[in-house]
Unconditional design. Sequence first.
Length: 97
Amino acid sequence: GDTFCMIGKEVGISYRKLAKYNERDRNDTLTEGDIIYLKKKRKNAPNDYKGRLHHIRAGESMHSISQLYGIRLKNLYKMNGLSPDYQIRVGDSLRLR
């Protein structure tokens, strides 16, 4: 039930910035287990993930994967040569770096 506004007040960051960092609408209601970044995400995953792939599992989305690894969503699409309207499928593999 948290919102970006509530979290922003707690940590002293504008709720608009928090929503932008997490590539979500600033009025979204968050759910338990959501990963929220307090600063801008990276363009790609850390060096530890060089050469590794992420294999899509049921229930995942490009957004949830970008949040999991702290990668900007547009960069995740670009790294994998995908358009933003591409629908991932279970078993697909994504480059992270």
